[in-house]
Ligand binder design. Structure first.
Ligand SMILES: NC(=O)c1ccc[n+]([C@@H]2O[C@H](COP(=O)([O-])OP(=O)(O)OC[C@H]3O[C@@H](n4cnc5c(N)ncnc54)[C@H](OP(=O)(O)O)[C@@H]3O)[C@@H](O)[C@H]2O)c1
Length: 296
C-alpha cells in the first residue's frame, strides 16, 4: 500500500513508548498538527515484547506511520539484565517493524549513539561501523540488534540515532545538575565524554520533519554543537545564573556498571539534506529548557 502524502492528506500516526521522555513531547506536537491523528500508546497500552499484541494494535488502528519510542533505557541496569534489554530493544523493535510493515505503514525507529564505541574523533557519519565488539554496553548491543531487526522486518524503515536526550520534565542530567548545585552538593563533573545534549522537543520536531520528508534509512539527529558533560553543566549553571564553581573530572572518578563512549558526536548532514532544516544549537535548546523551568 502506498503511503499517503503527509503534506496534503490526514495522517494517522501511532506512537509507542508514548509516556517517555521523547514520546511525551512527540505526541504533544503531533496532536497540535491539524492534519494528524496521533494514537499514543504507552507501555500500559502496548508491551512491544508481545508480538501478537503489537500486530493486533497496529492492525486495529491502521496507521499511516508508526514511531517506535518504546525502549528499555536504564543503561546501567541493562548490564545485569541483558535478556530483557534484548527482548525490548531488539526483538520488541522487530515486532513493531513487522506490525508496521504488515499494514503498509511507514516506520520511524529510535536508536542511539551507544551503538558506536566512542573511538571516533570527528562527527560520526550514518554509515560508520557499528556492531560487536564496537558497542561498549549491553544497552548498545541490544539497540544494535533492534536496528538489525527493524531493517529486516521493514524495507523502508527510518532509523533515527540520537544521543544525550533530556526532556522538559522528568529526571535528566540538567535537572540533576541544577538540583545538586542549589543544594550546594555539585563539585565535579565528568569532562572526558563528548557528545551533543539533545532537547526532546527539538528531537520530536525533527522526527516529524523526517516523516513529512518520507526519509528512509539511517539518520542522525541531535542538537547542533558538542560539549563534555562538564561543559554542559557550566552552560546550564550560567543560564540559570547559579554561582557554583565546579571542577572537571574523569569517567574513572564516577565508576558506573555500563561503559560509555568517550566520543558520541553524530554527523547531522543527512538530516539537514533530507529535511532542509538545521538542528538548533545545544546552547539555545538549553536556554529554552532553563526558561521553561523558571516559569513553572
Ligand atoms: N534518553 C536518552 O538519552 C536517549 C539517548 C539515545 C537514544 N535514546 C532512544 O530514544 C528512544 C526514546 O527514549 P526516551 O529517552 O524517551 O526513554 P524513556 O523516557 O525511557 O522512554 C521509553 C518508554 O518506553 C517504555 N517501555 C519500556 N519497555 C517497554 C515495553 N516493553 N513496551 C512498551 N513500552 C516500553 C518506557 O516505559 P517505563 O518507563 O514504564 O518502563 C518509557 O515510557 C529510545 O529508543 C531510546 O533508546 C534515548
Amino acid at each position: 500500500m502506498d503511503r499517503t502524502d503527509a503534506a496534503s492528506k490526514r495522517q494517522r500516526v501511532l506512537v509507542t513508548g508514548a509516556a517517555g521522555l521523547l514520546g511525551t513531547p512527540l505526541c504533544a506536537q503531533l496532536g497540535e498538527r491539524p492534519n494528524i491523528d496521533c494514537i499514543a500508546l504507552a507501555k500500559i497500552d502496548l508491551d512491544i515484547t508481545d508480538r501478537a499484541a503489537a500486530i493486533a494494535a497496529v492492525e486495529s488502528h491502521q496507521p499511516d506511520w508508526v514511531i517506535n519510542c518504546a525502549a528499555y533505557t536504564k543503561v546501567d541496569d541493562c548490564e545485569t539484565n541483558e535478556p530483557l534489554a534484548i527482548a525490548v530493544n531488539g526483538a520488541g523493535a522487530g515486532n513493531i517493524a513487522a506490525a508496521a510493515a504488515k499494514v503498509g505503514a511507514g516506520l520511524i525507529h529510535l536508536s542511539t549513539d551507544y551503538v558506536f564505541d566512542g573511538s571516533a574523533r570527528a562527527p560520526i557519519p550514518v554509515d560508520a561501523v557499528t556492531g560487536p565488539p564496537n558497542a561498549l554496553s549491553a544497552y548498545g548491543r541490544s539497540k544494535l540488534i533492534g536496528e538489525e531487526q527493524v531493517l529486516e522486518e521493514h524495507l523502508s524503515a527510518t532509523i533515527v540515532r540520537t544521543a544525550w536526550v533530556y526532556g522538559p520534565d522528568g529526571p535528566s542530567f540538567p535537572q540533576a545538575i541544577l538540583r545538586l548545585a542549589r543544594e550546594g552538593k555539585l563539585k565535579r563533573v565528568v569532562n572526558d565524554q563528548r557528545g551533543a545534549p539533545t532537547f526532546a522537543p527539538d528531537l520530536a520536531t525533527a522526527i516529524i520533519r523526517l516523516m513529512e520528508a518520507k526519509t528512509t534509512g539511517v539518520v542522525h539527529v541531535t542538537n547542533a554543537g558538542d560539549c563534555t558533560w562538564f561543559e554542559f553543566a557550566q552552560v546550564l549553571l550560567d543560564l540559570a545564573h547559579i554561582d557554583c564553581p565546579i571542577e572537571p573530572c574523569s569517567t574513572a572518578d564516577f565508576p558506573r556498571p555500563a561503559r560509555r563512549p568517550a566520543y558520541s558526536v553524530l554527523d547531522l548532514s543527512r538530516y539537514e539534506a533530507a529535511t532542509g532544516h538545521a538542528m538548533r544549537q545545544l546552547h539555545d535548546a538549553a536556554a529554552d529548557y532553563i526558561r521553561a523551568r523558571q516559569l513553572t
